[in-house]
Write a new protein. Structure first.
Length: 408
């Protein structure tokens, strides 16, 4: 007690020789030594005015040392400093724990540079390989109950929005049956087995599989889907560049390399459907793969435009000009902005015509992901275009044709 009293009575001198003190934030670490010549003797008001800058780590070394020296002596300032540090923490944007969707591609590219594969995956099959792997990673993270979370599949049909209610497991069953069209073309087993679908179209195959299931699909559907995706990728790897064999979708066909892009697109779109249902963050494909998917849609648009005209679904007053196959004709410039972007000239009058800048009658600008969601039937055509210039009927025809690419 006497020693304490004598210490209280002792005159206060400079604190430069004092030993290290614990931080006011309780980290147990010693404060930095006060810089010689620093503002040790600053007044309370001055040091209080520095608290905001100190909390933001914007003080000089001398100022920070003086503030922290003061915080050990002034309880009011210490409390205020803690509140300011907490506020700064709230202002900082939390970093996402989700992996960059391009990370897998970069890692694989790095590995393949060191040791090229004996049988590489063709470039046109890599988007499917990547999207199937990303979806499988999502499925690995969800719990048993989430496999029964409701999902609404959406698409466009006869210029009207259509939808079908199912579950997460039902979506994977849908991908399993439609990917089976590619598997069958490659000589692999049909996932339908003994189930007979009324038509070889994707919707008919899916409905037949759902009806034949004695119980609603569960997470058990993941294993056959994943095994089939691996089998498809392995098999196409032996085809090299010979990806021209046809894959039948019932009422139309696609070359194998385009069918693989189509399945990559569907895998991503339905992965987003699942992610929305289970509140899981999900990113678009890498720019290179997204560009390939957009290119496929752009190449399919002239044929869809012609089919819509034959079905009487073209815009009123639209009269196609007769164009010889291989010759330039009226064209719409489709400009895709952002990730995976580029420009495509879409011939408007005939699938055999050639897009021509000299015959451009309209220009549409869309974000890449927005265009893909339009092609998936998730965005109404009237709400999709970011910019429109030129022939309004041509623009309407192309936007509705893009939405018509969608299906269940």
């Amino acid at each position: 007690m006497k020693e304490a009293h004598e210490e209280d009575e002792a005159p206060r001198g400079p604190r430069d020789s004092a030993g290290p003190r614990a931080s006011v934030e309780g980290g147990g670490r010693a404060l930095p030594d006060v810089v010689p010549g620093g503002p040790v003797g600053w007044e309370h008001q001055v040091l209080t005015s520095l608290l905001g800058a100190w909390a933001l780590a914007a003080c000089s070394a001398q100022e920070a040392a003086a503030v922290e020296e003061h915080l050990g002596e002034c309880d009011a300032c210490a409390d205020e400093a803690l509140r300011l540090r907490e506020a700064v923490g709230l202002l900082q944007r939390p970093e996402s724990l989700d992996l960059d969707p391009a990370l897998r591609t970069r890692v694989l590219d790095g590995c393949l540079e060191r040791r090229p594969p004996r049988i590489p995956v063709p470039e046109w099959a890599r988007p499917y390989d990547a999207e199937a792997a990303r979806l499988d990673a999502l499925l690995q993270d969800i719990g048993d109950a989430e496999w029964h979370a409701p999902v609404r599949l959406r698409w466009f049909e006869a210029d009207d929005a259509a939808s079908r209610r199912t579950t997460v497991a039902g979506v994977i069953a849908h991908l399993l049956t439609v990917d089976g069209l590619v598997a069958v073309s490659l000589g692999l087993a049909d996932p339908l087995g003994d189930i007979t679908a009324p038509a070889p179209a994707p919707a008919s195959r899916t409905e037949a599989y759902w009806r034949a299931s004695h119980y609603p699909p569960t997470r058990a559907v993941r294993a056959p889907w994943r095994e089939q995706t691996h089998g498809i990728v392995r098999t196409v790897s032996f085809t090299g560049d010979a990806g021209r064999m046809p894959v039948s979708y019932g009422d139309f066909e696609l070359p194998l390399h385009d069918a693989m892009l189509d399945r990559a697109f569907e895998c991503w779109v339905h992965a987003e459907d699942i992610a929305d249902a289970v509140d899981y963050p999900y990113q678009p494909p890498s720019a290179r793969h997204l560009n390939s998917m957009i290119d496929l849609a752009a190449r399919m648009l002239p044929g869809v435009l012609a089919a819509r005209r034959r079905a009487g679904l073209a815009a009123r007053g639209t009269r196609p000009h007769l164009v010889t196959a291989g010759e330039p004709g009226r064209s719409l410039r489709l400009e895709i902005e952002g990730s995976g972007g580029g420009e495509w000239l879409i011939p408007l009058d005939s699938p055999g015509a050639v897009g021509s800048a000299e015959h451009e009658v309209a220009h549409v600008a869309l974000d890449g992901v927005e265009f893909c969601r339009l092609a998936a039937g998730h965005v109404p055509p009237a709400e999709a275009a970011a910019g429109q210039v030129g022939d309004r009927e041509a623009i309407s025809d192309v936007l509705f044709a893009a939405a018509s690419l969608s299906r269940m």
